[in-house]
Design a binder for this molecule. Structure first.
Ligand SMILES: [Ca+2]
Ligand SMILES: [Ca+2]
Ligand SMILES: [Ca+2]
Length: 129
């Protein structure tokens, strides 16, 4: 995920493609394949949050995509939420890279807000501002 042009790496080119897609007029409709590849802030649509997540990834804030993938299976699921919650409660020690994955809003800390965001994404509710 995040590899827009399918060349096996995620880099500035993919970020540029995402930005171009978002700035293009949508009256022709967006190929669902783009959403599959670039919905790195996984809520079923492409918007500025995916740009932010991809930028954070390129800066090394996230080690894999989509954001919130704590157990590194390339998906954001309830398993990831359970892991993140256990990390917050201290019932499970998360590795540093897992904490970074779970810090879904990339603000430098893993809190219940990140859990809420993960839950909203899984439910398809998106990010509420
Ligand atoms: Ca998205
Ligand atoms: Ca996962
Ligand atoms: Ca956070």
């Amino acid at each position: 995920m995040g590899d827009a042009n399918g060349d096996g790496t995620i880099d500035e080119v993919d970020l540029g493609m995402l930005k171009t897609l978002l700035s293009a007029p949508f009256d022709f409709g967006l190929d669902p394949g783009w959403i599959v590849r670039l919905d790195v802030f996984p809520d079923g649509k492409l918007d500025e949050w995916d740009v932010a997540a991809l930028e954070a990834y390129l800066k090394g804030l996230f080690l894999t995509l989509p954001v919130g993938d704590v157990n590194y299976d390339w998906k954001l699921t309830t398993v990831d939420i359970k892991l993140a919650r256990a990390g917050i409660l201290g019932t499970r020690i998360l590795r540093n890279f897992q904490v970074r994955q779970a810090d879904i809003n990339a603000n430098g800390g893993l809190t219940t807000l990140d859990l809420t965001l993960m839950r909203r994404l899984i439910l398809g509710l998106g990010y509420s501002r």
